[in-house]
Design a protein around this ligand. Structure first.
Ligand code: NAD
Ligand code: ZN
Length: 381
């Protein structure tokens, strides 16, 4: 695979879900085409944009002018940025605003933002009048390669993340790679962990290409579009075969069993962004696979080396405040993993590696070897 040198025309990735199929449009400045595309898809439609404060500051005006230029009526509701908006209160605010904006069954909700806004707006659309269609305009790298594709929407309960939600597929996804220029470097890097994940779980050639082109992706050249399109294609292929995660879709959880436990141990705070937890989790999953003899240790080292080379945390000890309670304790991490939804009858489900580029679902992993493994990792400082 060679890196494209020039910014190409927008790339379209098709999510093949029968009568709920939709396109993901990826490219620089494709946000400007939103209005025209919405008008073509739904002539005469009324829209409401859901966004957060930070994204609104940078991108709301451009989004509204694209819609206005195509003659599309629109209004907006702005929530606070961050996970704190994916709550009952956030849902109430958005739902009431959509009702007040007279969004009817044939109208469209537009989610303009990262994964928080996408999950919240998508869920509000799913339950408004028993289901209104929505468009995803993902503005974080994580949202462009992961959360905006596949139809999982929802909010958090005080008892746990993503416990309330619905499968509700968007009708269109517009991933403008230039909006990522205003994203913080740390957020971009966290999203990159999910990009690398697609290589590690199912596409060795893509992982090799990432090893050679990561700097270009970070600097915003055409390699960025290629990386995002390849990631979306990978996710779209898996989702179209297993929309409701009865099997193969679980492969996308590579690095997430460990990662979620680490996020929980750090209180879902700025100490560890989701993608950062996935990065550490992916390295742990690779190293655990090596310990089980499924891959050579050199393969696990290769995964670690690449993620570390872009500045992602790859070891438990890299996490801010590592020595504080919860993180440096294998039993506490085991308890957090046991609370995760990936546990059945005392056995843990892990996504493990048979090779770089080939992940498998292991749903009968005994806790004892995992605990021993974590203890050994924690002993290494
Ligand atoms: N539905 C799914 O399949 C799925 C998959 C993965 C993650 N998620 C969810 O996604 C959420 C995380 O998403 P996220 O990492 O995008 O977080 P986020 O939505 O909180 O965005 C991260 C931060 O970046 C800011 N931001 C976003 N785009 C920006 C831009 N272009 N310029 C400047 N700032 C920008 C936001 O305001 C926010 O402060 C979590 O709630 C997670 O549960 C959902
Ligand atoms: Zn993830």
């Amino acid at each position: 695979m060679t890196a494209p040198l020039k910014h190409s025309d927008p790339i379209t990735v098709d999510v093949a879900l029968g009568d709920r199929a939709y396109d993901i449009i990826i490219g620089r400045d494709v946000l400007q085409t939103l209005g025209g595309r919405v008008a073509a898809l739904r002539p005469g439609v009324r829209t409401a944009i859901v966004t957060d404060r930070t994204v609104a500051k940078h991108w709301l005006e451009q989004t509204e002018s694209s819609l206005a230029a195509a003659g599309i009526a629109t209004s907006h509701v702005i929530v606070e940025e961050g996970e704190g908006s994916k709550t009952y209160a956030g849902l109430e605010k958005v739902s009431e605003a959509l009702i007040a904006a007279r969004i009817e069954r044939n109208d469209l909700v537009i989610a303009l933002g990262g994964g928080v806004v996408g999950d919240l707006a998508g869920f509000a659309a799913a339950i408004l009048r028993r289901g209104v269609d929505f468009v995803q305009v993902p503005t974080s790298l994580l949202a462009q390669v992961d959360s905006s594709v596949g139809g999982k929407t929802g909010i958090n309960s005080p008892q746990g993340k993503n416990l309330l939600g619905a499968f509700h597929q968007p009708v269109l996804v517009i991933a403008d790679t230039s909006v990522l220029d205003t994203l913080s470097a740390r957020q971009f890097r966290a999203g990159y962990a999910e990009v690398a994940k697609y290589g590690v779980l199912g596409d060795e050639a893509f992982f090799t290409w990432l090893e050679a082109n990561a700097a270009e992706i970070f600097s915003g050249s055409a390699a960025r579009e290629h990386a995002i399109a390849t990631s979306c294609r990978a996710k779209a292929a898996i989702v179209s075969r297993d929309e409701r995660e009865t099997g193969e879709r679980a492969l996308l959880n590579l690095g997430h069993t460990f990662g979620h436990a680490l996020e929980a141990a750090t209180g879902f705070s700025d100490r560890l962004f989701h993608g950062e937890g996935v990065s550490v989790g992916m390295v742990l999953a690779a190293e655990f696979s090596a310990q089980l003899g499924m891959i050579p240790p050199a393969d696990a080292a290769r995964v670690e080396r690449h993620l570390a080379s872009v500045g992602l945390p790859t070891h438990l000890q890299d996490i801010a405040g590592f020595a504080q309670e919860g993180l440096a304790d294998a039993d506490a991490l085991m308890t957090l993993m046991a609370q995760d939804k990936k546990v059945k009858r005392g056995k843990l489900t892990f996504i493990l590696l048979e090779a770089v580029g080939r992940a498998v679902i292991a749903n009968d992993v005994e806790p004892a070897p995992v605990r021993d493994f974590l203890q050994r990792k924690l002993a290494k400082t």
